[in-house]
Ligand binder design. Structure first.
Ligand code: LMR
Length: 392
């Protein structure tokens, strides 16, 4: 028997919650697990701009032949502008299956082209960061980010980066930190940039939630600062959340280089690696994004839809803290209103998370990470009562 020695491993801690939630017959359940946005009806909508772009593609598309190794050229160019701003001449995007594909491509690129370099991840970070980089054979280290007191630890972060070996890679979350929701201030970013320069570190910025924090351009502030101040930079961009294209697996790895020749060198390597990972990327989501970003009217519709999603998340954050007032818990959970993006490190313990699920059908990640964007605005009082119950 060939498979005799193969043992079972636990399911994915985040995706597994989707199944558990779907099976729960309680009509009053809350889905605060996987990072998907939900509207007032509890649905994860396809944005109108996406629907219009899709219809145009159906009418117009005449071939399903492969796109090239770097994917759709218009998508790459327009995404570079969306992420880096207008001045993105010395950057190139390689289209990937989602932001996760971009991370995997970055990991393989580092392993192949920058051998011996370690990578530094925030503690905590998205669990898949850990397994992607370790899986590609990189030495993974951690810098403090949010401590046991559930507060940002910027000095701990800076000290760890200061001690990182020269040339190592540092993975930074551009905005809407996953899992904590705690973002660096602009001053903090400036201090991180100083250390990055002094230690000759290579930043890899994960940008999965553009538009969900403070706005499309505001959220890109740190990425654009780093791109302006550093000759070389890697950015992973995801269109899953802001374009609502989750299952279409749409993203890119952006490489910024000091000159055109070097950009061509780097891109030749990325095309080779991508060819060996997935050959050529899936087309549909990227074609939709290109259609939207190339058309000023469609782009403006999409921008307003992203802004509406962002405002809903902000309302949910403030509303939940308000709803905790009658329980005397608004101060304890005040950070929920200060954090950004979909996620909140609530500070709830694994036992409290388990009790929330068992007693109230509230589903969130065991670490206490709640996807605030999944909450039901009309029932925040019910959610607050459930939280109060497990905090007794
Ligand atoms: C999350 O962290 O919930 C999202 O990034 C979705 C995922 O793939 O885990």
């Amino acid at each position: 028997m060939h498979f005799q020695a193969i043992t079972r491993i636990p399911g994915d801690p985040i995706l597994g919650l989707m199944e558990a939630y779907a099976k729960d017959p309680n009509p009053a359940k809350f889905d605060l697990g996987v990072g998907v946005f939900k509207d007032a009806q509890g649905l994860t909508p396809v944005p109108r701009a996406v629907k219009i772009a899709e219809q145009r593609l159906v009418d117009r598309q005449s071939s399903k032949s492969y796109v090239g190794g770097h994917g759709d050229a218009a998508f790459g160019r327009l995404l570079c502008q969306l992420v880096l701003g207008k001045d993105s001449a010395l950057a190139g995007a390689t289209q990937t299956p989602g932001g996760t594909g971009a991370l995997r491509l970055a990991a393989e690129f580092i392993q192949r082209c920058l051998p011996g370099r370690g990578i530094w991840l925030s503690d905590p970070t998205w669990p898949i960061h850990e397994t992607i980089f370790a899986g590609a054979g990189l030495k993974v280290g951690h810098y403090p980010y949010v401590g046991a007191d559930n507060r940002l630890d910027v000095s701990g972060m800076l000290a760890a980066l200061e001690a990182a070996p020269e040339g190592d890679i540092v993975l930074l979350h551009a905005c809407c930190h996953n899992p904590t929701g705690f973002d660096l201030s602009r001053d903090d970013w400036g201090r991180v940039l100083e250390v990055v320069k002094r230690r000759s570190l290579l930043p890899l910025i994960d940008f999965a939630y553009q538009g969900f924090g403070d706005g499309l351009d505001e959220d890109a502030w740190a990425v654009r600062l780093f791109a302006a101040e550093l000759p070389e930079l890697l950015v992973t961009s995801s269109c899953s959340k802001n374009f609502g294209l989750y299952r279409e697996r749409t993203g890119a790895l952006l490489a910024c280089c000091a000159d055109t020749e070097k950009l061509l060198d780097v891109r030749s390597q990325l095309a080779f690696i991508a060819r060996n990972l997935w050959s050529t990327p899936p087309d549909h989501g990227a074609a939709v994004v290109a259609e939207i970003l190339a058309d000023p009217e469609l782009k403006s519709l999409w921008t307003s839809e992203v802004e509406a999603m962002r405002q809903r998340i902000a309302r949910l954050r403030n509303g939940l803290v308000e709803a905790l007032v009658p329980h005397g818990l608004s101060e304890r959970f005040a950070h929920i209103a200060e954090q950004r993006g979909m996620f909140s490190y609530t500070g709830l313990s694994p036992d409290q998370v388990a009790a929330l699920r068992e007693r109230h059908s509230v589903y969130m990640v065991g670490t206490g990470r709640a996807n605030v964007a999944g909450a039901d605005e009309a029932r925040l009082d019910v959610l607050a009562a459930a939280i109060a119950d497990v905090c007794k």
